[in-house]
Design a protein around this ligand. Structure first.
Ligand code: NAD
Length: 428
């Protein structure tokens, strides 16, 4: 019954760009539409700082291994740096810089008082047992102590790290500072200053973006079909919310392949990545598809919510949906974007669609520094409000200058950053 996923197949026609190349290219594209000082654009091509540290770890057998960690801080004109820490063997300084630039745009388009940061350790987290992950995290926190802090740089979970990692990071930082400092990281468990609704937030904002896009195209959500690639934190939460709001989710997938029911799936009955990893195909459905086929289904909305670079020049022509909502980061390559634009497919970009994560991280930081917990209802209401404000700002650019949603989102972000830089001036 299992089918072969195709999204990982090597794409011989198009080598995906590095995140830094993509981030710089997006900046230049946006700059062409904004009345911005070229010096500001030049400054934004470079990070403020990239901290590289060595992280020695005593393994369980008593040997010591030294890992390399990074923290890229792109721009803080609008506030402290904000962005994830990932544990992955392929973490590099360059990748962190590119991802930190994306975070700058994401925070600005959501109008959050943060700039972009990203970091991590080049390590395979699966090769570590829990005690080793804890020791690695505590030492990494200590090595970064001078450059992070609630008013300087506020990390969050990312690939290979989770709420427990953030709790250890916060504890290590707090012990050295001599005071409990929950606002140094976000994405913590609620018992130590985490926010309700944080885990669900990127999926929720993705669902809100899909709902608004459908409405903008003058359609009824109750008559909308949806396919979601990736049934993890982002994909499953987005699918279930859209299902709750009346859409018909006809297909979902995990790394092993997709299930398809033209009459609609019961998304609550399909196990998510967290509930039972990689078990989507265990759910009974009339048809199974590959991960390539799910993207090409004849549905109204397709939501790539698994990994990057899945819509490429090789399959952009075959995307049958009218609306693509980017739940994952960077699912559409630059070349594919041009094809989709030409074909009139609406693409709601990642920096807007999945920005619920960083937005609720901002709410978490507010709760931490104010020592006041918000209810889940309040978090979701404020997220809805913040998303709609961002949506309206981007929509205004789409309409005013006849831009794609991606270009419009970058224009909103760049305009805000450029205005802040202009107002503050260049020191000294
Ligand atoms: P996750 O690990 O919870 O789930 C990922 C899902 O994708 C799983 O169902 C997995 O089986 C599936 N998958 C993995 N590789 C696949 C492949 N090659 N083809 C098809 N399916 C595959 O991950 P997540 O947190 O939901 O993140 C998904 C994407 O969203 C990533 O691009 C991530 O960077 C982005 N994102 C996540 C957050 C967040 O806070 N969770 C925030 C913003 C963006």
């Amino acid at each position: 019954m299992s089918t072969t996923p195709t999204v990982d197949d090597p794409d011989t026609e198009e080598e995906p760009d590095s995140t830094l190349v993509t981030a710089r290219r997006q900046l230049e594209r946006a700059a062409a539409h904004v009345d911005v000082d070229p010096d500001v654009v030049e400054r934004l091509k470079h990070p403020t700082r990239v901290q590289q540290v060595s992280v020695p770890l005593e393994r369980e057998d008593g040997s010591v291994e030294v890992f390399t960690g990074y923290r890229a801080q792109h721009d803080d004109v609008r506030g402290p740096y904000k962005g994830g820490l990932r544990y992955h063997p392929e973490v590099t300084a360059e990748e962190c810089v590119g991802l930190s630039m994306w975070m700058t745009w994401k925070c600005a388009v959501m109008d959050l008082p943060f700039g972009g940061g990203k970091g991590g350790v080049a390590v395979d987290p699966k090769s570590l047992i829990d005690d080793e992950t804890e020791r690695l995290t505590r030492r990494f926190a200590e090595e970064l102590r001078d450059v992070v802090g609630p008013t300087k740089d506020v990390p969050a979970p990312d690939m290979g790290t989770d709420a427990q990692t953030m709790a250890w990071f916060m504890d290590a930082y707090s012990m050295q500072q001599g005071e409990t400092t929950p606002g140094v990281v976000t994405g913590k468990p609620p018992i130590v200053g985490g926010s309700y609704g944080r885990e669900e937030a990127p999926g929720r904002s993705t669902a809100i973006a899909a709902r608004e896009a459908v409405d903008y195209e003058g359609r009824d959500l109750a008559e909308t079909t949806v396919a979601v690639q990736g049934f993890g934190s982002v994909g499953a939460n987005a699918a279930r919310l859209l299902d709750d709001w009346g859409a018909t989710v006809v297909a979902v997938s995990d790394v092993n392949g997709a299930i398809y029911d033209p009459d609609g799936l019961d998304t609550r009955a399909v196990p998510t990545h967290e509930e039972e990893p990689e078990a989507v195909l265990s759910h009974e459905a009339p048809e199974t598809l590959s991960n390539g086929e799910i993207l090409e289904l004849d549905v109204d909305v397709v939501i790539p919510a698994a990994v990057g670079n899945v819509i490429t020049a090789a399959n952009a022509d075959a995307i049958a949906a009218d609306i693509v909502v980017e739940g994952a980061n960077g699912p559409t390559t630059f070349a594919a974007d041009a094809v989709l634009e030409e074909r009139g497919v609406t693409v709601i970009p990642d920096i807007l669609a999945n920005a619920g994560g960083v937005t609720v991280s901002y709410f978490e930081w507010l709760q931490d520094i104010n020592r006041r917990t918000w209810s889940l209802e309040r978090v979701n209401e404020e997220l809805e409000e913040q998303m709609l404000e961002a949506w309206d700002a981007v929509r205004a650019e789409v309409e005013a200058a006849d831009l794609t949603w991606r270009d419009a989102a970058y224009v909103v972000a760049l305009s805000r950053i450029a205005e802040a830089k202009d107002t503050r001036g260049l020191w000294p």
